[in-house]
Design a protein around this ligand. Sequence first.
Ligand code: ADP
Length: 455
Amino acid sequence: MIQRVLVANRGEIALRVIRACRDLNLSVVVVYSTADRDGPWLKQADEAICIGQGPATESYLRRERIIAAAEITGADAIHPGYGFLSENADFAEICRECNIEFIGPSHEAMKRLGNKNQARGLAMKANVPVVPGTEGLIESEEAALKFARFAGYPVLIKAAAGGGGRGMRVAHNDASLISGFQTAKQEALAAFKDGSVYIEKYIEKPRHIEVQILGDRHGNVVHLYERECSMQRRHQKLVEESPAPNLPSKVRDRICDAAVRLVKSAGYYSAGTCEFLVDKDNNFYFIEVNARIQVEHPVTELVTGIDLVREQIRIASGEKLSFRQSDIQQRGSAIECRINAEDPDNNFQPCPGLIQKWIPAGGPGIRLDTHACSGYRIPPNYDSLVAKLLVHQPTRDDAIKVMRRALGEFTVEGIKTTIPIHQKIFNTPAFIEGMVDTTFIERVFYGHAAKLGKE
Ligand code: ADP
């Protein structure tokens, strides 16, 4: 049984995991970098251990220091949160060798699904549709050109090890394909130490719909329905919701079944997400599995009433899922706005700095996951997410109204945030009608189609 959890993360997700541990009566240790020494979440843990300097490569990515911190403090499990080491199969394996429970999937399942190209192969075997693309990795410009001429432009070059939109390039013709092939490889090599790429057909104006999965170590896998995540900037999510608006229930059922089939075939347990693109005719295509808890997990928690982080910890302790598929229901409508320290008027440039005034939204129907407060200085080293503002209401119309009220209440001074763009989104008729796709924000508010990387 797990008794003491070490949280190998920071910010809102560190606080989220600390809270889950408290709710389960577990003691909790958190590691931090010198840039986070004043992080308000540190006070909520039983113990906090400094593991190095601000750059993540000197702290949150230092596996040996995190393991040492777990050993010194007697932690018997590590929760990696999202980002950092959360999808690092080697780290999960090291944890096992050190007799520390890694709160996540097995390193074997992570390896099977972590590489996007390999995951495509598994999906095809499990009879899950994938975006038309190259069969394997693309080694040469000639092979890239051959596929593009066969599939037709536009195409998308993708890093097999990719994440966070890095190592992705859209190409509309031979010239942009050749330059994009090289830059995607270089970017992937720099970001992931793996320059391998493959190519997919670029789906025009798709929706991004993903399915939350939970599996235990006894072979039980359930889905917790879908999240609509099409409202993106630079191909990274800004608004997420469940249920997905205007999605026929038959399509929803087929996507959810496909997700369960895929993760079952990979021998997956813990929480995970299968991401899909859905085209205008409601054809759906698998793109990747995220083998971790995701930023937007609270959307699913609100509609299903299931605490995903608590379940992750229970599963890591070897417990069986306490519910069956038929017990899980999607109730009402939940929407999340990511409040990032970014300037929506300047290409979403990160704006770290001192929060002079912070008056959060509250009241009926609101959930706010944040580590920020007045007087907190956001360090420049990490992701710009400062808060997740969620609403849960019986209908989507009500959820939109409550979100408008909440965004109006939320006051942040000293830094720029994404609140103003959210206010625009929640007053835009096409969004209110649920007519969303991944190009929406850039098309409607910035007057150009979404671009994947620089062409
Ligand atoms: P990452 O892991 O880097 O975030 P994903 O594979 O999850 O990359 O894709 C991120 C986003 O990029 C998707 O939500 C979608 O907006 C866009 N995208 C990915 N693949 C395609 C594709 N084949 N066609 C069109 N857009 C795509």
